[in-house]
Ligand binder design. Structure first.
Ligand SMILES: NC(=O)c1ccc[n+]([C@@H]2O[C@H](COP(=O)([O-])OP(=O)(O)OC[C@H]3O[C@@H](n4cnc5c(N)ncnc54)[C@H](OP(=O)(O)O)[C@@H]3O)[C@@H](O)[C@H]2O)c1
Length: 296
């Protein structure tokens, strides 16, 4: 069998060389048997529909993965036009390009599309109710994909990402914990911590199924930010007390959901395996980071 005939598909990954998710996604797709063309904004302007169409044709793409987004949740409150340009207009444009070329469009959304008043994990069927510019712009992006009439699409709603290669909450906490005796972290927001390495693997597997729809793609289990921080500090073996505080004691510009745990049952069914618990992924991530530091 030739390498080409063994391929699962041919994937363009927008943001695949720089993003927190983009980089592990590129690696996971390669590892699972896709030919991959990761791009930066300098190499392929994602807003240039003609250039995207040419790239799809030139690479013989079967899938286009979009990890490009406006992800600064607080900054979005004062920068709505740019947030909507990236989070609504871009996925709409890309979905139309993919539909015209008959390739699968894979896009990522967020738990912030929900209102946060639930008392059990949100499923894909639950009503949305975003209350921040970021959440509203991401939901508008989901709707733009549906309105584009794309027949082959996957929207993976994820949450609370941590992983190698780019600044994230866990790294921030560990850096602070190394220099302080005590950290105070919000404990009244509950969500679904998710490792980018895991998400990348699920997304590669889901893409290979050819299934269409919205999927909640998060680690199993739940945590509040204080619990996530404390687990990271313990795993890193740092002596620092991690104390819970209410959101009111840590004001942020954008509204945050009180409870945004997502049910990953539909994803598990689609890919034939249950996402592992976030704690397991977190420990692996923290240990691997520590090893990377000691071998520097
Ligand atoms: N991070 C989270 O905790 C989280 C939670 C829920 C959902 N999500 C979703 O998951 C997806 C991936 O998030 P992420 O954290 O990996 O994002 P990220 O690290 O912030 O990456 C964003 C990517 O978008 C590119 N980009 C930003 N502005 C651009 C512009 N104006 N033109 C072209 N490219 C631009 C960046 O390129 P440069 O490197 O060149 O800037 C980067 O490759 C997003 O859809 C996000 O909404 C993330």
């Amino acid at each position: 069998m030739t390498a080409a005939s063994a391929e699962k598909g041919r994937a363009i990954v927008l943001g695949g060389k720089t993003g927190l998710l983009g980089r592990p996604l590129t690696a996971a797709l390669l590892a699972s048997g896709f030919a991959v063309s990761p791009t930066t904004r300098g190499e392929l302007d994602p807003f240039d529909a003609a250039a995207v169409a040419r790239a799809i044709e030139a690479f013989g793409a079967t899938h286009l993965f979009n990890t490009v987004a406006y992800t600064a949740v607080d900054a979005a409150e004062d920068d709505a036009d740019e947030a909507y340009r990236l989070n609504r207009d871009l996925p709409g444009l890309l979905a139309r390009a993919c539909d015209a070329a008959k390739v699968m469009f894979v896009h990522y959304s967020t738990d912030f599309v929900f209102g946060g008043d639930a008392d059990k994990p949100y499923t894909e069927e639950d009503p949305t109710d975003p209350r921040s510019v970021y959440g509203a712009s991401k939901l508008a992006g989901e709707k733009a994909i549906l309105e584009a009439g794309a027949l082959k699409y996957q929207i993976l709603r994820t949450a609370w990402l941590f992983g190698p290669g780019k600044k994230n909450f866990v790294d921030t906490i560990l850096n602070l914990a190394r220099t302080r005796e005590e950290l105070k972290v919000v404990s009244d927001q509950v969500g679904s911590p998710t490792c980018t390495l895991d998400l990348a693997g699920w997304s590669a597997d889901l893409a290979a199924t050819g299934k269409t729809g919205v999927f909640h793609a998060v680690g199993s289990g739940r945590a509040n930010w204080c619990e996530l921080a404390a687990e990271a500090v313990i795993a890193a073996g740092i002596h620092c007390r991690v104390l819970p505080i209410p959101s009111a004691a840590y004001p942020q510009k954008a509204w945050r959901p009180r409870y945004s745990v997502l049910s990953n049952a539909k994803l598990a069914e689609a890919i034939g395996r249950t996402p592992r618990p976030w704690v397991q992924s977190l420990r692996e991530y923290v240990y691997s980071q520590a090893q990377a530091h000691t071998s520097d």
